[in-house]
Design a protein around this ligand. Structure first.
Ligand SMILES: Nc1ncnc2c1ncn2[C@@H]1O[C@H](COP(=O)(O)OP(=O)(O)OP(=O)(O)O)[C@@H](O)[C@H]1O
Length: 300
């Protein structure tokens, strides 16, 4: 079953496009990453899911409820972390959480907050005004978990967290996911998606340019080959290297080639000549993502 489903979801701010034709299908029980650069439309999409802004057109279903459902009914089952949060500066973290718990008709001590706070190394006894951005973020994360939601929607949850904390945070996400919680989070950090997500949607300029399993993106056959021939100098023309890659380059004695499909033929062609050194690289996930971004830019 779908936890989040949108059909041709579109938002215009006046004449300015926020997002257009967003089709998302987040299945129950998955960790789903929503990745894109600044201004791509991540927050706009999330705010529509949370009924904080109205779509210009399109359909949304969250936990099988359509947009017309009372916001409060939906909120009971969703934990939402906005990209920016403000708290009363003179309250302690604990008071903020107690207040939020009361609003949900629960007692703080009946929640797993203490355990989660320890995992995130968060001191709830301090006042909000003394918290760094990272600590305010942790407070926000704890707040979203108070009512044991079925679905977590997190807008850039790791911004402001140092790498060690990000690690603990992702451990927490995995633990929560293990209890059956569906998690949808936005980010512009590629390694985060690689670490925890089952699937990912890549958004750019307000449009989704690909949705797939993270593992499928990693299965690309693309390889870069760096070769130094026994004969020194630029051999691009002499060895007809453009037959392998029309964009081949020669720098500091090394020929750089990119092969999009099987490398067998390329290696056969190259090895007709004496080779001094050769290396073959698999692209990192980051490089594969960048390719999507660049393709889109080139296509505009
Ligand atoms: N309230 C608004 N009024 C006008 N335009 C807006 C508004 N909010 C967002 N936009 C525009 O909509 C587009 C998508 O912005 P959005 O904030 O959703 O992107 P984002 O992916 O969340 O970016 P970031 O990572 O910077 O938060 C951008 O072009 C932005 O300028």
């Amino acid at each position: 079953m779908s936890a989040i489903s949108t059909k041709n979801l579109t938002k215009y701010y006046g004449k300015h496009k926020g997002v257009s034709n967003i089709n998302l299908d987040v299945r129950e029980g998955e960790i789903f990453g929503f990745i894109g650069p600044n201004g791509a439309g991540k927050s706009t999409t999330i705010r529509m899911l949370m009924q904080l802004i109205n779509p210009t057109s399109g359909e949304i279903k969250v936990l099988n409820q359509s947009l017309s459902t009372e916001q409060s009914v939906l909120r009971k089952n969703i934990g939402y972390l906005p990209s920016e949060i403000n708290y009363y500066k003179d309250m302690t973290g604990k008071q903020v959480l107690e207040f939020a718990a009361r609003a949900n008709d629960i007692q703080l001590k009946e929640t797993s907050t203490k355990e989660y706070a320890e995992l995130l190394n968060f001191d709830m006894s301090k006042k909000v005004k003394s918290y760094s951005l990272g600590n305010r973020k942790k407070l926000g994360i704890l707040q979203t978990l108070l009512h044991k939601p079925k679905l977590l929607i997190l807008d850039e949850p790791t911004s402001g967290l140092d790498p060690l904390m990000q690690h603990s945070f992702f451990d927490l996400l995995k633990e929560l996911n293990g209890t059956g919680m569906t998690i949808f989070f936005s980010t512009h950090v590629l390694s985060e998606v690689e670490k925890v997500c089952d699937r990912v949607a890549i958004i750019r300029n307000g449009e989704i340019i690909r949705t797939s399993k993270v593992s499928e993106i990693q299965e690309s056959k693309k390889r870069t080959i760096e070769v130094q021939f026994a004969k020194s100098g630029n051999m691009i023309e002499k060895y007809d290297l453009k037959q392998i890659d029309s964009s081949v380059t020669f720098q500091n004695g090394i020929h750089h080639l990119t092969v999009q499909k099987e490398i067998h033929n390329a290696l056969q062609h190259i090895s007709q000549n004496a080779i001094q050194d050769i290396s073959i690289h698999k692209p990192t996930l980051e490089e594969l993502f960048m390719e999507y971004y660049e393709k889109e830019e080139g296509g505009k």
